[in-house]
Design a protein around this ligand. Structure first.
Ligand SMILES: [Ca+2]
Length: 267
């Protein structure tokens, strides 16, 4: 501590005696919070249990989950029309997807099995194995050949996109608190965005350290008139780096949105 910042012992005693709630108010949350503006609303297949979402060369690619309903799709953004689709065998519960070179990689939830398809025809090229659960997957910064993988824990694995071997991992923390339930992922302008499962929140994460840089609160994005079931939560982030468009949707949601995060007014 800097000598000038040393507190007098009497003051320390006074601070220790303060009720916790008052003491907490002296430490305002330092992690920036964002709300959102809807730029466009698009149709989304309400039968698609979205587990993976990405944007590439003018089209959306979507991985869906549930046994017997898992698939990989190419989707027209403007209409939600499914242009191309391959179904997974019923024993697999599809999870996150990522684009690498001319291939699409897809995780499964509990099967320790991933699939690699050629992106043009969706032909299955090979399978691979990994430890633990598979939740979200995202391609890292251009030129790094990195993939980010979430598994429901506070840890994010960084894979070599060519070999799919683990290179490193980091723990996601907001201040001193570890953050788990990290679900669908997207790499956006140098940050890793993660849906927090069963919430309306997206964490903005430093992909080197795991530090949470901000929170995007998407509460109220989908109209309450849709009466969502408990499992029909926000999940799915895609980014168009050319036009800097950020897309989000949810499991079985009727809409997909282009949004713009905007700083939350301070209270
Ligand atoms: Ca994504």
């Amino acid at each position: 501590m800097h000598p000038n910042l040393r507190l007098h012992p009497t003051l320390l005693l006074l601070l220790a005696a303060l009720p916790l709630s008052v003491a907490a108010q002296t430490h305002k949350p330092s992690t920036p919070e964002f709300t959102f503006k809807v730029i466009h609303a698009y149709p989304h297949d309400p039968q698609a249990f979205t587990q993976g979402l990405l944007y590439h060369d003018g089209f959306l690619y979507e991985g869906t989950g549930l046994h017997g309903r898992s698939s990989l799709r190419k989707v027209r953004l403007e209409t939600g029309e499914v242009l191309q689709k391959i179904d997974l065998p019923e024993e697999f519960f599809g999870e996150g997807i990522a684009f690498h070179k001319n291939e699409i990689i897809q995780l499964t939830w509990l099967s320790h099995t991933g699939f690699v398809y050629d992106a043009a025809e969706f032909h299955l090229l090979r399978q691979f194995s990994y430890q633990g659960e598979g939740w979200g997957l995202a391609t890292g910064a251009p030129g790094t050949s990195e993939l980010f993988l979430s598994d429901g824990t506070p840890e994010i694995r960084v894979l070599d996109a060519n070999t799919l071997a683990e290179k490193r991992r980091f723990t996601v923390r907001d201040g001193g608190k570890t953050i788990d339930q990290l679900n669908e992922l997207e790499f956006v302008e140098g940050e890793l965005f993660a849906n927090i499962w069963q919430t309306d929140k997206i964490a903005r994460i430093n992909p080197q350290t795991g530090k949470v840089l901000g929170w995007i609160d998407l509460k109220g994005l989908l109209s309450p008139m849709y009466n969502l079931e408990p499992g029909e939560v926000l999940n799915g982030i895609a980014y168009d780096p050319i036009h800097k468009r950020l897309f989000v949707t949810g499991k079985l949601w009727p809409n997909l949105f282009e949004i713009r995060p905007i700083p939350k007014p301070s209270k």
